[in-house]
Each structure stands twice: as structure tokens, then as C-alpha cells.
Design a binder for this molecule. Structure first.
Ligand code: ARG
Ligand code: ZN
Length: 877
């Protein structure tokens, strides 16, 4: 464990490597405790580096067994090796070869970085800095090498041996029980994209021919016995390959594309060249074990990792400050893919819900950072919603600003100009400047400063002149007084109060988009016959908070008449938020407002629920308690928010009861309908289950009966789990019996038990902390498995606001204990869990003090990892 204060790495200090590594030959002899790695590196001085500089290779937890330069063992006084680096004081000023032999213990590697063994399977995770746990190396993304990897293992323990690139050769090791495989990856890549896998795995595969005529074998590897759960992921790979050709002209470039599911994994998945490694949660799916949400996540993450083959691998990042260059862009690409596969409007709503739930709070708290950070102490703490999701929003705004055709041309230009190199955000923008002739320097400001911008909008109608004026003002909380205004694309239109669209023109609106690029600006529409309702930021055209004085009636007009689906949803959300925040603040009694809202939703359901059930389900799903907290901003009392939200759900459930009950009947699948995970079947289930949720909120007895019947009749996990989730909110014997039956049915299904852990962790009742402590002793729970920990403790701290934020501090204590218990074995996951303390300063004083003391307790602990120390220090700063 590291205890020293970690040095800060700064973007401004970047300089090219003094040395380059052109080729890497790895010979990896797998063994549970004594794995031997021999790395032969073809090095040369970097013409762009400092001549004569010593060679300093990165290492982490390595044992050096041998070191040769051009075939000669090195004298001990010519180098210095320790656990974290290998320094050669003087190296030749010409190409030379270094052979390094190291020893590893993959079984003891609980950090799940580098080479580790999980459920008997050897696999690797090298991003961001895991390769240095395999051998000493220039472990930085701007050092690109061609890799050849020989993997050897006991044949019975690891019949499958996979590497990057294409398979070259395989065979037995004469006179032993061992065998080997050689893989060659012809495309130069940074070390973070290296991977290997060895284990007993089942395989499903299918062929694909690229638009360039290359025959590719796509394969998905899973735990033995789970082949039938790999079919959906395999299909998603194929659809991703075809889509990237169609949408971006990007073809796959190797003969094989392998995906491997492993059960212990720190994050979602990893885009290693030709060998994507996944958390099995994002591969395995069957109707009985996976929900519609799981299917959608599998499709999105399979696509995400596949799309990295171009946005990340063919064009990689110069340094880790440029992480958004690959992540923001690839999230944008996977969002576009999912939108094309499903309903675009519904997907956009899901994207914005996610952005508001995770990125807005991050940007408003102590861990806020620019999309391109300027410094870091631990890079693994910067795989954040800001880099990923806000990064994707920047790419989307760029497309909105320049239009689809220019955007596609710019993407082509970016790939063409930067293929095979390690690029920067500037290189990305340069490609779009080249194809459009525009100067994007001011747009680039989006990458530079943290904080969610606010845009205030005031509308005024002049009946005599028949003009409508919109005045805009942008501000940037926390960005500093010197921050220049942002370039903000505002997609907008005017809606008539009684329906018909107002086709009013303004010279400054092009293709429905107004660009706000000054601190203040106004926009005038001519020939507006009657006072309109402005529909602003259609499709959520910029990641900002909008302040407008629209009243509930105007918003309900948008819900009825706006041609932009996103803004129809947004209008309903704003009305609901207004009702809940008014109750929390004890403003005016909002009886009438709530009745109008119920009436509007009723009319909406009558007209449209069956036409687009997925969209209707989104309309019925109220803003979360987190959304309300975010809206309120300071002195947050989670109990008051929860009770306001409970009251509104109860009102909706009571007011819409008859309609919701009928809808449930109308949406029920006729018996014997085969399961389909597609968007339309999933949409019907979503609406049916949203109805259940509201009915149960108003009437526990009916809710219990419906939920029990649904569980008993369920033919898929979506319906079964929705039934259980509804029951989970209704204390009593029925709930406990259903939970017990579920646990028994899925006793051998860890990924399904994760859902069971999560549902219990989210129960908004006093007994939950005690329940979680009990569940930590459940035989299926394991602190060594990141999915288990996230299900139980992650769900608790992120999705149970009243219990995590208990006034007595017991929720914070539980999280603090878990973070500390985990830090010794898996600092990355411990640090990630700890980010749940992020919003602590915005709580009311009592809870704020409790949260702060829990944080201080963590930070005061001796021997903290760099990961946890970094989050702790920044959270308290
Ligand atoms: N690049 C991976 C992705 O596709 C994530 C890697 C995360 N690594 C980490 N150390 N947190 O998003
Ligand atoms: Zn990614």
C-alpha cells in the first residue's frame, strides 16, 4: 500500500517520451501463483524526445527475474529496479533490444488490474495503467507498438487462450500437459489496449463480411454452460459492426473479433484490440435472468466497446487528459446506435435522465472537473460521468452546430488525419474546422471548465406589433469571472396555446437552432398572431440548466402540443418537479396544480398510451428524489423530498387508477407470446410496470395483489422484478415471502441475486441498514466481487436517499466501513463507491456534519490507497 502523498500529473507538463518501443514480444506462461512473463522490447530513441535521457520504465508490484540488453545480461550497477520502476541509467543512442523477465501471482491480484485470475479464468485489465503490473514498460498511451503474444498454460485449466489481433499458431508443449497459442496484432497500439485470456470457456460464433470484403469471425466466450445466454451479445456485435459501416463508414480490421465475459471486473467492459473483455453482467442474458434494461445495456456496451476500435484504438489518446477524446466520442456513437436500434425520442430521455442523475450532481459538487481535466493524482478516478456523458454532449452540440453532413465529413477527416496516432482534443476539432472553414476555438471552451451552465430565458409578447421576444442570459456557476461565454446551440420553436404550430421566422434561427454565444442576447420573432409558448432546448440541445418562468399551464400546453417528444416529456417533468419542490419548501398548497397535472396525464394516456407505450412510461415516471434534490440545491432534507414524491405518486395513482388498471389489461401479453427483448415489447412492459408502481403507491392492498399475481405469472425477469420492486415498497409479510422465494429460485445465479441485493438495499425504511449488514453475511455476497459490492452498497448509497442520508449517520458509517474494508484489496472500486459522499455539502446542517465526519474518518486512516486518498482529499477540499 502506498502511503506517500501522490504526485500530481499536469496537462501543461506533457512532453513526448524520450524513447519509443516499436515491437513487443511477450511470452506469458500462465500459472495460478507463479506466472512468468518474458517481454522482448524493440526500443529506439524518440526523435521528438531528449537525446541521451535515461530509460525509465513503469512498473507496479513486479518482481524482476532477469534483464538483458541486446542479449547481454545487465550488470547490477547499470540499472535500478523497484516495485514501481525500472531505470537504465544509460542506454544506446540507437535501436536496441531489452528482454525483461518478471514473475506475477494472478491469484493474489485482488485489485483486478493487470493480469488476474477470476473464477479460474485468467484475464487482464490494462487501462489506464495496468500493463505495468505485467511487465516494466513505457506505460503511456502515446507509445504505440506492434505486439506478438505467446500464451502458454495447462491445457485442462485453460483450453482457451486468447490474445490481441489474429491467431497465428497453436500447439502442445512437448512432454507436458501444457499448450500454447501465438497471437499477432499488426496494428500499433498503446499498452492499455493489451489483453490476454486463458480459461475454460464456452463459445458462440458467427461470420461477418465487412464492406471491404474481409471475412471476420465474431465470437463471444462465456462461463461453461451459459452459451445460450451469449446469443444476444453476439447479435449485438454483428449489428454494431454493420451500423458503424453504415453510419460512419468504419469497417473492422482484423480476422477475428472476440468478446469474453468475466465475473470479477472493476467496470463495465474494456475495448482491448480485437479482444474486448466484459463484466459478465453486460454479456449474459436470457428472458428468465435479464430485464429489458439489462438487454438495452448489453446492446449499448457491446456497441460502445466495438466502436472504440476506431474511436480509441485506431485513433488513440496522446495522454490521459484527452480521455474524453475517445470516451465522450464513443458514448456519443453508442447513443446514436441505440437510438437507431430503438426509439430515438425514448432513448434521448434515458440519456438525459442519466446525465442529470450522475453528471449534474458531480459537476455541482467537490469532485467537479473539466471534461478535459488539467491535472490528476489518480487517473482511474477520472472515468467519470463528466468525461463520458458530458463529453458525449459536447460532440452532439458540435453536430447540432455544423449540421449532420458536415459532422460526418469532419469525422471522416478526423479518422483519416489521425489514424495510427495518439491524438488530442485539438486534433479532433481541427478536423471539423478543416471541413467547415469555421473557427471552433470558442466552442472548445466546453472542454475547459467545470460546472453546469445556466441559461435564463424571458419571453415577452407584443400583441400590437405581433412580435415575440426571447431574451437569453447565460451564467456559469463556479467557472470564475474570467470564463468567456460558451457557444450554446439552442434548438427551439414556438407552440400555439391551442395547438397549431407557430411558423414564425427569425433570421437568427437556422434549421430550428439559435446559437447563443454571448453572455446575453435576444431573439425576435415576427408575425406571431397570438401569444405562444416557447419550446426551448428541444432534444436537450445543450447540457445546461434552463431557467424560464413558464407556468404549469404553459408547460402542460407543451406536453399536449409540442412536436418535440423530448420537450413534451420535459414539460411533464418540470410540472412534477414544481409540485414537489413547492411542497418541500412549504410554499403554497398546490392542490389545484396537482389536479391539473393528474388531468393532463389522464388525457395524455387516453390519447397516446397505446400508440407509444415506451414514451408513455417515461411520462409517468416522475423525477427521482435526486432530481428534486438537484433542483433544490442547498440545505437538502432527503426525508422531506421523499415524502413530497410519495405524496405526488399517491395522487397520480389515485387519480389515474381506473385508467391504469385498464391499461394493464390492454398491455398484457396474450398467454404463449414468445419473449422478445425488442424496444416495442419492452415498451409495453415498461408502461404496464409504471402503472403498477403508481397503483401500488396509492393503494397498498391492490398493489400487493397485483404484484403477487404478476410475479406468479411472470415469464420474464422484467415483469418478475417489477413485481418484486413494487412489493419492496410495501412493508409486510407478502414482501418478505416474495423476497425469500426469489432468493431460492435464483440461488445459483449471482447476477440475478445482485438484483435481489439491490432491491433490498433500496428499501426506504428504517430497518434497511440492519438488513444490509445481514446481507453482507449472505453466502452469495462477497467483498471480492465488484458486482456484489455495487449491488448491495452502491445501490444503497446512490439510490436510497433517505436511508443513506439517515439523520443519525448510520448510512454514512456503513459506506465508510465498506470503503475502508475494500481499500486494501480493491482501491479502484473502493474509491468509486466513495464518490457517493459527493453531494455532502448541499445537505442540511445535521446530515452535513455526519457525512463530513464519516469522510474525515476515512481520510484519517493510515495506509490509504492513492485512489481513496484522492477522492477523500478532493471531497473535503
Ligand atoms: N475504456 C473502458 C470503456 O470502454 C473503461 C476503462 C475504465 N478503466 C478504469 N481504470 N476505470 O469505457
Ligand atoms: Zn469507453
Amino acid at each position: 500500500m502506498r502511503t506517500e502523498t501522490p504526485p500530481t500529473v499536469r496537462l501543461e507538463d506533457y512532453r513526448p517520451s524520450d524513447h519509443l518501443i516499436d515491437r513487443v514480444e511477450l511470452d506469458v506462461r500462465l500459472d495460478p501463483h507463479d506466472t512468468r512473463v518474458s517481454a522482448t522490447l524493440a526500443l529506439r530513441p524518440n526523435p521528438a524526445g531528449r537525446a541521451g535521457a535515461p530509460l525509465v520504465l513503469d512498473g507496479d508490484d513486479l518482481t524482476l527475474l532477469g534483464l538483458e540488453l541486446d542479449g547481454q545480461a545487465l550488470a547490477p550497477d547499470t540499472f535500478r529496479a523497484d516495485a514501481s520502476s525500472l531505470t537504465l541509467h544509460a542506454v544506446p543512442q540507437r535501436p536496441f533490444t531489452l528482454r525483461i523477465e518478471t514473475r506475477l501471482d494472478p491469484t493474489a491480484n485482488t485489485r483486478l488490474m493487470g493480469l488476474y485470475r477470476s473464477s479460474g479464468v485468467y484475464s487482464t485489465q490494462c487501462e489506464a495503467d495496468g500493463f505495468r503490473r505485467i511487465t516494466y514498460f513505457l506505460d503511456r498511451p502515446d507509445v504505440l507498438s506492434v505486439y506478438t503474444t505467446r500464451i502458454e498454460a495447462d491445457r485442462a485449466a485453460a483450453p482457451v487462450l486468447l490474445g490481441n489481433g489474429n491467431p497465428v499458431e497453436a500447439g502442445a508443449v512437448a512432454g507436458t500437459d501444457r499448450h500454447y497459442a501465438v497471437w499477432h496484432d499488426p496494428l500499433p497500439k498503446p499498452a492499455y489496449l493489451f489483453a490476454l485470456v486463458g480459461g475454460r470457456l464456452d463459445r458462440v460464433a458467427k461470420g461477418f463480411t465487412t464492406m471491404e470484403g474481409r471475412a471476420v469471425e465474431i465470437a463471444v466466450y462465456v462461463e461453461p454452460g451459459k452459451r445460450d445466454r451469449a446469443a444476444y451479445a453476439l447479435d449485438a456485435v454483428e449489428r454494431s459492426m454493420a451500423w458503424d459501416e453504415r453510419a460512419f463508414g468504419r469497417a473492422y480490421d482484423l480476422d477475428v473479433f472476440n468478446v469474453v465475459a468475466v465475473s470479477d471486473f472493476n467496470m463495465g467492459a474494456m475495448e482491448n484490440k480485437g479482444l474486448n473483455i466484459f463484466n459478465d453482467k453486460f454479456v449474459l442474458a436470457s428472458p428468465d435472468t435479464a430485464t429489458d434494461t439489462d438487454y438495452a445495456a448489453i446492446e449499448a456496451i457491446i456497441a460502445h466497446e466495438y466502436f472504440h476500435n476506431w474511436s480509441g484504438n485506431r485513433v488513440t489518446c496522446r495522454d490521459w487528459f484527452q480521455l474524453c477524446l475517445k470516451e465522450g466520442l464513443t458514448v456519443f456513437r453508442d447513443q446514436e446506435f441505440s437510438s437507431d436500434m430503438r426509439s430515438r425520442a425514448v432513448h434521448r430521455i434515458a440519456e438525459v435522465r442519466n446525465l442529470r442523475a450522475r453528471q449534474f450532481p458531480e459537476d455541482a459538487g467537490p469532485l467537479a472537473h473539466p471534461v478535459r481535466p488539467k491535472q490528476y493524482a489518480e487517473i482511474n478516478n477520472f472515468y467519470t460521468a463528466t468525461v463520458y456523458e458530458k463529453g458525449a454532449e459536447i460532440v452532439r452540440m458540435l453536430r447540432t452546430l455544423i449540421g449532420e453532413t458536415a459532422f460526418r465529413a469532419g469525422m471522416d477527416r478526423y479518422f483519416a488525419d489521425n489514424d495510427g496516432t495518439a491524438a488530442t482534443v485539438e486534433d479532433f476539432l481541427k478536423a471539423f474546422e478543416a471541413v467547415t472553414g469555421r473557427d471552433l476555438a470558442r466552442f472548445a471552451e466546453w472542454y475547459e471548465r467545470p460546472g453546469t451552465p445556466r441559461v435564463a430565458v424571458f419571453g415577452s409578447y407584443d400583441a400590437a406589433a405581433k412580435t415575440y421576444r426571447l431574451a437569453f442570459r447565460q451564467t456559469r456557476p463556479g467557472a470564475g469571472a474570467d470564463a468567456p461565454p460558451l457557444v450554446i446551440p439552442i434548438r427551439l420553436g414556438l407552440v400555439g396555446t391551442d395547438g397549431p404550430l407557430i411558423d414564425a421566422a427569425s433570421g437568427r434561427v437556422e434549421d430550428g437552432v439559435f446559437v447563443l454565444d454571448a453572455a446575453e442576447d435576444t431573439l425576435t420573432f415576427e408575425n406571431v398572431a397570438a401569444e405562444p409558448v416557447p419550446s426551448l432546448f428541444r432534444g436537450f440541445s445543450a447540457p445546461v440548466r434552463v431557467e424560464s418562468a413558464l407556468d404549469a399551464a404553459a408547460r402542460l400546453t407543451l406536453l399536449r402540443h409540442d412536436p418535440d417528444s423530448f420537450n413534451r416529456w420535459e414539460a411533464a417533468q418540470r410540472v412534477a418537479l414544481g409540485l414537489m419542490t413547492a411542497q418541500v419548501r412549504g410554499d403554497a398548497p398546490e392542490e389545484a396544480g396537482a389536479d391539473d397535472f393528474v388531468g393532463a396525464l389522464g388525457a395524455f394516456l387516453d390519447g397516446e398510451a397505446l400508440r407509444d407505450p415506451a414514451f408513455a412510461a417515461q411520462i409517468l415516471a416522475l423525477p427521482s428524489e435526486g432530481d428534486v434534490a438537484d433542483e433544490i440545491g442547498t440545505e437538502i432534507d432527503p426525508d422531506a423530498i421523499a415524502s413530497a414524491r410519495r405524496d405526488l405518486r399517491r395522487r397520480l395513482g389515485a387519480g389515474l387508477r381506473a385508467r391504469l388498471l385498464t391499461l394493464r389489461e390492454e398491455l398484457a401479453e396474450p398467454a404463449g407470446t414468445p419473449f422478445s427483448p425488442d424496444a416495442s415489447a419492452a415498451g409495453r412492459r415498461a408502461l404496464r410496470n409504471a402503472a403498477l408502481d403508481l397503483i401500488a403507491a396509492a393503494d397498498a392492498e391492490t398493489g400487493t395483489a397485483l404484484a403477487q399475481a404478476q410475479i406468479a405469472a411472470a415469464t420474464n425477469m422484467t415483469d418478475r422484478l417489477a413485481g418484486l420492486a413494487a412489493l419492496a415498497l410495501l412493508p409486510g409479510e407478502a414482501r418478505e415471502a416474495a423476497l425469500a422465494a426469489f432468493a431460492e429460485r435464483y440461488a445459483d445465479e449471482p447476477l440475478v441475486l445482485d438484483k435481489w441485493f439491490a432491491i433490498q438495499a433500496m428499501i426506504p425504511e428504517d430497518g434497511t441498514v440492519a438488513r444490509i449488514r445481514r446481507l453482507q453475511g449472505h453466502p452469495a455476497f462477497a467483498m471480492t466481487n465488484p458486482n456484489r459490492v455495487r449491488s448491495l452498497v452502491g445501490s444503497f448509497s446512490l439510490a436510497n436517499p433517505t436511508q443513506f442520508n439517515r439523520a443519525d449517520g448510520a448510512g454514512y458509517a456503513l459506506l465508510a466501513e465498506t470503503v475502508l474494508a475494500l481499500d486494501g484489496t480493491n482501491p479502484q472500486v473502493a474509491a468509486r463507491l466513495m464518490t457517493a459522499f459527493g453531494p455532502w455539502r448541499r445537505l442540511e446542517p445535521g446530515r452535513r456534519a455526519q457525512a463530513e465526519s464519516a469522510l474525515r474518518r476515512i481520510v484519517a486512516t493510515q495506509g490509504l490507497s492513492r485512489d481513496v486518498a484522492d477522492i477523500g482529499t478532493r471531497s473535503l477540499a
